[in-house]
Structures are given as C-alpha cells and as structure tokens.
Design a protein around this ligand. Structure first.
Ligand SMILES: [Zn+2]
Length: 71
C-alpha cells in the first residue's frame, strides 16, 4: 500500500499493545468520548495495518469492539 501522504510504499504488519486499546477524544482540552478500539482476552491486542517510516504515521484497522461512538 502506498502512503496517502508521501506516496512511498508502506510497511505491512500489525500494531500490538496491551490487552485494551482505547481512543480518548479531546474537546477543547477536555475529555470527550472514550472508544475501545481493540481488546484481547489472551495476550496482546493486535490491529492490522500499515506504517510509513518516512511520515511516521500508522493506519490500522479497528474492529467494532463496542457500540460505535455517537455523533
Ligand atoms: Zn508517508
């Protein structure tokens, strides 16, 4: 996959973390919604995706672990 920012080939793999990965929304410096993006009952949570070492960006697929945040 080509990086959408610099168009170089990205590394394919997975991002691993602890058992839970959450995204914390920030609204004007205050905490907004919290979204559980990955979880694992055994070992590390894994998210498949791509990394661009040049732009230092990662794009990962997130499973729908819980209800989608309301907008
Ligand atoms: Zn890039």
């Amino acid at each position: 996959m080509k990086c959408p920012f610099c168009n170089l080939e990205m590394m394919e793999g997975y991002l691993k973390a602890g058992r839970y990965v959450q995204f914390q929304e920030m609204l004007d410096g205050k905490k907004g919604q919290e979204y559980l993006v990955a979880k694992s009952f055994m070992g590390d949570a894994k998210m498949n995706g791509f990394l661009c070492p040049s732009c230092r960006k990662i794009m990962v697929d997130i499973d729908l672990v819980e209800e989608r945040p309301q907008r």
